[in-house]
Write a protein that binds this ligand. Structure first.
Ligand SMILES: C[S@@+](CC[C@H](N)C(=O)[O-])C[C@H]1O[C@@H](n2cnc3c(N)ncnc32)[C@H](O)[C@@H]1O
Length: 271
């Protein structure tokens, strides 16, 4: 779940984050808002995630995205997100769910749903939750793991080529640690195009929760996350309602304006 070799440093939501960068082997086991967000053991999660990301990057270049993500899921839990030894990812899902507006959603979509752990959290907030992931192996794992919740379903799909029938069919869209896995190069124009397209999945009044890694802000991964969030903030199909910094991620909450706001047509070349 993390694209980083290291975890680090103290973090204060009120000021600029003093975060880690690749190669910085310091590890801070910290408190945020009075609760422990990670334990010393969590370094294992970050190391495992870095290994997974490296092997996906190698394999996608030769075998394509589908094969690369499927191979990652062969071992069952490529980012150690379900591993009970680590608290960081579990806490992160809980925090993300807690940032949702206090309303009941009719139909939620978790795009890039992986093992379905976030989708499972969403089941407490929505009548129906659909998880979509490019990896068939991930979808199979998630379907088996969450079969006790009938309102939860998973299907294979590439977020870059979703069927038009899904447009306007969700009132909650969650994108957690997924967009930076889109095929490189992720230019601003590509990100804006993606933001425009994904906004169309929402019904008017629908909510989008966007979460991505964020360390110092100056490191390459944080800069990519910032560009992703800026593309969504730019999208005329979405309005930012809140932004949250947590160790070590950034969350932007957005809303699709109501029908009277007009169609979503802005050019990706525009500002
Ligand atoms: C780091 S995992 C995050 C999983 C989940 N969102 C979570 O927070 O537990 C990234 C997921 O994105 C999926 N993914 C990558 N590219 C995708 C695409 N183009 N369309 C759909 N899913 C994709 C991967 O298969 C993987 O399950």
């Amino acid at each position: 779940m993390c694209r980083f070799v290291t975890v680090a440093a103290s973090h204060d939501a009120a000021g600029p984050a003093e975060g880690p960068s690749r190669g910085d082997m310091s590890v801070a086991i910290g408190r945020f808002g009075g609760f422990l967000f990670m334990s010393p053991r969590d370094i294992g999660l970050f190391l495992r995630s870095a290994r997974t990301d490296a092997s996906i990057a190698r394999m996608r270049a030769t075998d394509g995205d589908l094969a690369a993500f499927d191979a990652a899921y062969e071992g069952g839990d490529p980012w150690a997100s379900a591993d009970p030894r680590y608290v960081y990812q579990r806490r992160k899902y809980d925090v993300l769910a807690s940032l949702l507006p206090p309303r009941r959603f009719a139909r939620a979509l978790d795009l890039g749903s992986g093992l379905g752990l976030m989708a499972r959290r969403l089941a407490a907030h929505a009548d129906e939750v659909v998880g979509i992931d490019i990896s068939e192996a991930a979808v199979a794992h998630a379907t088996t793991a969450h079969r006790d919740l009938p309102q939860l379903s998973f299907m294979q799909g590439d977020m870059m080529a979703l069927p038009a029938v899904l447009e306007g069919s969700f009132d909650l869209l969650v994108l957690a640690d997924t967009l930076y896995y889109l095929p490189p190069p992720l230019t601003d124009a590509t990100l804006k195009e993606v933001a425009l397209r994904l906004a169309r999945l929402l019904r008017p009044g629908g909510v989008c929760l966007l979460a991505n890694h964020y360390f110092s802000g100056a490191d390459a991964d944080s800069r990519l996350s910032r560009r992703i969030h800026q593309a969504f903030a730019w999208s005329p199909g979405l309005q930012v309602t809140a932004e949250h910094r947590r160790p070590f991620y950034l969350v932007t909450m957005l809303e699709r304006p109501g029908d009277d706001a007009g169609p979503i047509t802005r050019s990706v070349l525009g500002t």
